[in-house]
Design a protein around this ligand. Structure first.
Ligand code: PMT
Length: 398
């Protein structure tokens, strides 16, 4: 899978550094030429000799050591790489990359890199959940850095929670996907919306819905696996974005509209899986609304319909809508599909067991403008997403 690819593997100082040996071995076995850059802290956990033996290449450790062949080492490594993988990536290295700091060879090389960067964070749960780390990870995601993990579990320090580095097999698979460059949707730009928007009443409350984002995230993952360059516009969810997908966060319907319109024109494929609120409070309060002892009347104003707006602007894009209905929504789904000018619509009856909000499965029908419908059985959301991707590939002009 990776034959002829040059991968720089950055290893930083955490106990998961020992798993990077397995990762280096897997990348090498897949055919990649692997160069390892270690921080000094990483070398305290695993000896450079181990990586040299596995990869067959010298290991790069210090910025100013005498090179075997004269070149500016960090620039040379960065220029030659098809992909840079940092695994494990400590909070420190993640912060350096987010802030543009270059205190060591690895951080310097990361700043000079022009190739895609894949980062597998690994750290103590409290460090991972610290707002600074979360902000740095959000910055990296927004810049297109691919994050794999971390996973939740028991950490070396004994704590339970997120922070464990993903398994080497998973990181290697993400690297292969990133470098595959092929796939039926290679070179195509896709835009996916996911999650349920939040419409603020005041600084502490909002009107929301039960969307978990699972359906939309599965679609984004599936399109990316087929080779598309995917932007995921997501309302708040508890999910990590799929590897290789650019994430734009949007809290409300208005914010989602703005984010969608910012990348609509360059997208050839648009899938609107988000549950967008139809209404928002007309005048959100600036302070917390207080009890008065009586009834409370809230005036709502209609939100723009993003899908309908895209349908009006459509110029050759494949536009896929969803419809969340209660009961047999076939007629209503068809009306939505036609009114919003989508190419096909994924209808789900969200009252059926195993379908709709929050579940890992869904039961959907594809509806088409000519009135035809295709019913799918109960499937995992990933499988539904794969069927949607297949349908998009079928409809795309070759
Ligand atoms: O996120 P999960 O927990 O996995 O749940 C998945 C899901 C149930 C949210 C998903 O399968 C789904 O049905 N998404 C669409 C939900 C929805 O808002 O349906 P709707 O019938 O209200 O809207 C129809 C279409 O118009 C949708 O594509 C919606 O994104 C879009 N829309 C709606 C309102 C609005 N103001 N702007 C829009 O673009």
């Amino acid at each position: 899978m990776l034959a002829g690819k040059k991968i720089v593997l950055g290893v930083t100082g955490g106990i998961a550094a020992y798993k990077a040996v397995d990762l280096a071995s897997r990348l090498k076995k897949s055919g990649a030429e692997v160069r390892v850059v270690m921080t000094e802290a990483a070398a305290a956990f695993v000896r450079p000799l181990t990586f040299r033996t596995i990869t067959g290449n010298p290991v790069h450790l210090r910025q100013f050591e005498e090179p075997r062949v004269w070149n500016v080492e960090h620039v040379a490594l960065a220029e030659q790489a098809d992909l840079v993988v940092v695994a494990p990536a400590t909070a420190q290295t993640i912060a350096c990359l987010a802030l543009g700091l270059a205190p060591d060879l690895l951080a310097t090389m990361l700043l000079a890199a022009r190739s895609p960067i894949l980062v597998a964070p690994a750290m103590n749960t409290a460090m991972y959940l610290h707002p600074a780390t979360q902000e740095h990870l959000a910055t990296l995601r927004a810049r297109g850095v691919v994050l794999v993990g971390p996973e939740a579990g028991t950490l070396a320090c004994g704590a339970e929670g997120p922070g464990r580095m993903s398994e080497p097999a998973e990181i290697a698979a993400a690297a292969e996907r990133l470098l595959a460059g092929g796939g039926p949707l290679a070179g195509r730009q896709a835009l996916v919306t996911a999650g349920g928007t939040r419409e603020r009443l005041d600084p502490v409350r909002y009107i929301g819905n039960f969307s978990s984002g699972k359906m939309g995230y599965a679609v984004a993952e599936s399109l990316a696996a087929a080779g598309a360059t995917v932007t995921l516009v997501s309302a708040p969810t508890a999910l990590a974005p799929p590897a290789g997908v650019r994430l734009l966060e949007a809290e409300s319907a208005l914010a989602m509209r703005e984010a969608v319109l910012s990348c609509w024109e360059t997208s050839e494929i648009v899938v609107m899986a988000a549950a967008v609120a139809d209404y928002r409070p007309a005048a959100p309060a600036t302070g917390k609304i207080r009890k008065t002892g009586g009834d409370f009347t809230l005036t709502l104003t209609e939100n723009p319909d993003i899908l309908a707006e895209l349908g009006r602007r459509k110029q050759g894009q494949i536009l896929v809508g969803f419809a969340a209905e209660t009961g047999d929504g076939h007629a209503r789904g068809l009306e939505k599909l036609r009114r919003k000018n989508a190419d096909f619509l994924v209808l789900n009856d969200v009252t059926r067991p195993g379908a709709g909000f929050g579940a890992d499965t869904n039961i959907v029908s594809f509806l088409y403008p000519d009135g035809q419908a295709r019913e799918l059985p109960l499937l995992s959301k990933r499988e539904v997403a794969a069927r949607i991707t297949e349908e998009i590939i079928r409809l795309l002009p070759q």
